[in-house]
Each structure stands twice: as structure tokens, then as C-alpha cells.
Design a binder for this molecule. Structure first.
Ligand code: HXC
Length: 258
């Protein structure tokens, strides 16, 4: 499908979603968010890893579109926030790993987009931050919650109250970014990580993602119960039989995701 502000490309089992509005540093306006929602909904079962990155040289996503937001009424702002939350929730609900390749500015809604992905890798040029309070608002696509869960309350408050932009090395120190790569090595690295995941059972990865995500919102006993139940359920799957049989037969497994 042809989109105006994004591109969804597929190479084998790996899809890459480019937020591609470089003139506005890939800022998320309603149209872009709507296109992202449609693109995420269109991802087929043949896609097993999704990489999210920014088009152009400078930005991953420099935030929600300030020019559009400036004129919003309270009601319209509620709707805009809800649209952004739906996109982030759709990313989290995908039964496949999502990798943010942060190639430049990841500010405000852009940082929140990265936070909604399972893993974040960043280029040496990346700058991350939640500068919304400088605009008289707060993060509105899940940043107050996902950043806090990722780095703890005090760090999240420091970043949100100061609105400070941090570089990729600092973001790695905080545990927000997993690795810092040279700009040209960023996408190849993400594809290498994806290739490692492709060797493993897709159903098991989908379940692991769900248990991690759902468990993180529960107390430990409830979360462990979810793990116990899901672990057992996988013994009803073809992938479990194949994975263990392949090990015993000393050959690579051929998973079907069933
Ligand atoms: C709209 C944006 C934009 C944004 C950049 N642009 N960020 N347009 N919304 N978030 C546009 C600029 O207006 C400019 O357009 C062009 O992109 C290039 O940007 P420059 O500012 O000229 O580039 P540079 O000097 O290199 O500065 C880069 C920058 C700066 C540091 C990233 O653009 C910046 O501070 N942007 C805003 C970052 C921000 O505050 N993000 C949070 C937004 S609030 P023209 O037409 O002049 O060339 C948010 C809330 C989320 O995300 C939740 C909502 C519910």
C-alpha cells in the first residue's frame, strides 16, 4: 500500500517501518499516526521481526507535530493523544519482536515511539529526550509510564522535568538503549539481531513477549503463574515438538509457528 508519510518495506521475514517525513524531522502528525496504525494492522503472519526507524539523515522522530498540536482544542488533544496511544499499543500487541533503530533525534513522541518497541538500538548521532514540559504539556503517547518503567521514577522525573536531551551513550548508561552503533552500522546491527531471532520458535517468542509485557504489570506471584501456564501450553504446539526433536537429532529446527 502507498503511504505519504511512512514506508513499510519487507525483506524476507523482516519488515522495516520508516517514519518518512524528513522535511519535518519525521514529526508525527495525525496523518502519519493514522498511516502507522494502518500499516501495523496490515502486517502479515509472514513478518517475524519489525524494525522501526526514521527516514532521512537527521531524525528518528522529532516528536508529535507541534504545528498541528498548537491549534488543538482540549477535545481534539484528547483524540490526538488517544490516536498516539493506539499506535503504541498496537506495536506492543504485535506478536513479533519490534526493534527501534534510533538514527537521530528521538524527542517527545519519537522517544515514546522507541519506548513502545521491544528493543532500542541507537546511532552515535541519536539524541533522546522528552521535552514536552518546555511546550507547556506532558508526554502524551505513554512516555510518563514507559520511561518510568524503563529507567525508574527518579531518572524519568529528571528527564521529564528538565526536558534535557541526552546522547546515545548516556541513554545506554540509563539502560534505555541497548547498544550504540556508528550510523552506517545501525540498521545492519538491527538486522543481525533480527536474524538471530528468526532461528527461534516464533510461537515461543510471541508467548515470551506477551508474558513479559503482561507480567510487568502484575505482582510477582500472578506474573509467575502466567509464565507457568504459558510454558505448559506450549507443550501443545508443533514448535515445541519440533524444537526438542531437532535438538535430540542434532539438526537445526524447522519451526512453523504453530
Ligand atoms: C513539527 C517539527 C518538529 C515537531 C522539527 N520540526 N520538529 N515540526 N513538530 N516536533 C520541523 C521544524 O519546524 C523545521 O521546519 C524542520 O522540522 C527542521 O527542524 P529545525 O528545528 O530547523 O532543525 P534543527 O535546528 O536541527 O533542530 C532540530 C530539533 C528541533 C532540535 C529536533 O527541530 C526541535 O527542537 N524540534 C522539536 C522537538 C520537540 O519539542 N519534540 C516534542 C514535541 S511534543 P521548517 O519548516 O522550519 O524547516 C510531543 C508530544 C507527544 O512529542 C505527545 C502528544 C500527545
Amino acid at each position: 500500500m502507498a503511504y505519504e508519510n511512512i514506508r513499510l518495506e519487507q525483506d524476507g521475514a523482516v519488515a522495516t517501518l520508516f517514519i518518512d517525513r524528513p522535511k519535518a524531522l519525521n514529526a508525527l502528525n495525525s496523518k502519519t499516526l493514522q498511516e502507522m496504525e494502518a500499516a501495523l494492522g496490515s502486517i502479515g503472519t509472514d513478518v517475524r521481526v519489525l524494525i522501526v526507524t526514521g527516514g532521512g539523515e537527521k531524525a528518528f522522530v522529532a516528536g508529535a507535530d507541534i504545528a498541528e498540536m498548537a491549534a488543538l482544542s482540549e477535545t481534539q488533544a484528547q483524540e490526538f493523544g488517544a490516536l498516539g496511544h493506539r499506535v503504541m499499543a498496537a506495536l506492543e500487541a504485535l506478536p513479533i519482536p519490534t526493534i527501534a533503530a534510533v538514527n537521530g533525534f528521538a524527542l517527545g513522541g519519537g522517544c515514546e515511539l522507541a519506548l513502545a518497541c521491544d528493543l532500542i538500538y541507537a546511532s552515535e548521532k541519536a539524541k533522546l529526550g522528552l521535552p514536552e514540559v518546555g511546550l507547556g504539556v506532558i508526554p502524551g503517547f505513554g512516555g510518563t509510564q514507559r520511561l518510568t518503567r524503563a529507567v525508574g521514577r527518579a531518572r524519568a522525573k529528571e528527564l521529564i522535568f528538565t526536558g534535557e536531551r541526552i546522547d546515545a551513550v548516556k541513554a545506554k548508561e540509563l539502560g534505555l538503549v541497548l547498544e550504540v552503533l556508528a550510523p552506517e552500522a545501525l540498521l545492519p546491527h538491527c538486522r543481525e539481531v533480527a536474524a538471530k531471532m528468526l532461528k527461534n520458535g516464533p510461537l515461543a517468542i510471541a508467548k515470551a513477549k506477551r508474558v513479559i509485557e503482561q507480567g510487568a504489570d502484575q505482582d510477582l506471584r500472578v506474573a509467575n503463574e502466567l509464565e507457568r501456564k504459558t510454558f505448559g501450553e506450549l507443550f501443545g504446539s508443533a514448535d515445541q515438538r519440533e524444537g526438542m526433536k531437532a535438538f535430540l537429532e542434532k539438526r537445526p529446527a524447522s519451526f512453523t509457528g504453530k
